[in-house]
Design a protein around this ligand. Structure first.
Ligand code: 4NP
Length: 159
């Protein structure tokens, strides 16, 4: 059965497109692409239609990871069409929980902080790299590579 995952941040141009790209890359490496639907969205709509931030794309590309995302804003329908919604920070989590309540009983998706899957890091939030330097983008990828690998291990345990 296909598992449907939605990664969510604020602008959908840095952290959640990176999470999407990292997860897609892992799926490809493990030959599991046909078992998942993966997307990302922002709680805000300022960047709708835009590709991932150039700095986030460059950092991902250096690790051999492509970021195919075009920004979109999360919608109430997402809570019925996805199985799992993964939030990058506490603000995203709170915003998503409000929307899920608004969606009512049709909101069947589970909602979890992305870093609840972290293994090598004790941080609980993926920090917003938008106003910082290059190291911030690298750190976002370090956190996401760790959490995405553990998430995939849980959803599709290695044989
Ligand atoms: P993201 O980063 O939530 O990781 O996509 C941001 C990008 C843009 C803005 C905020 C956060 N912004 O305010 O424009």
């Amino acid at each position: 059965m296909t598992q449907k995952l939605l990664f969510v941040c604020l602008g959908n141009i840095c952290r959640s497109p990176a999470a999407e790209g990292v997860f897609l890359h892992l799926l490809e490496k493990r030959g599991l692409s046909d078992q998942f639907v993966v997307d990302s969205a922002g709680t805000g709509g300022w960047h709708v239609g835009n590709p991932a931030d150039r700095r986030m794309q460059a950092a991902a590309n250096r690790r051999g990871i492509n970021l195919p995302s075009r920004a979109r804003q999360i919608s109430l329908d997402d809570f019925s069409s996805f199985d799992l919604v993964l939030t990058m920070d506490d603000d995203n989590l709170a915003a998503v929980q409000v929307l899920a309540r608004e969606a009512g009983p049709r909101a069947t998706a589970s909602i979890k902080p992305m870093l609840s899957y972290a293994g090598r890091f004790s941080e609980t939030e993926v920090p917003d790299p938008y106003y910082g330097g290059e190291a911030g983008f690298e750190h976002v990828l370090d956190l996401l590579e760790d959490a995405c690998a553990n998430l995939l291990d849980e959803l599709s345990p290695p044989a």
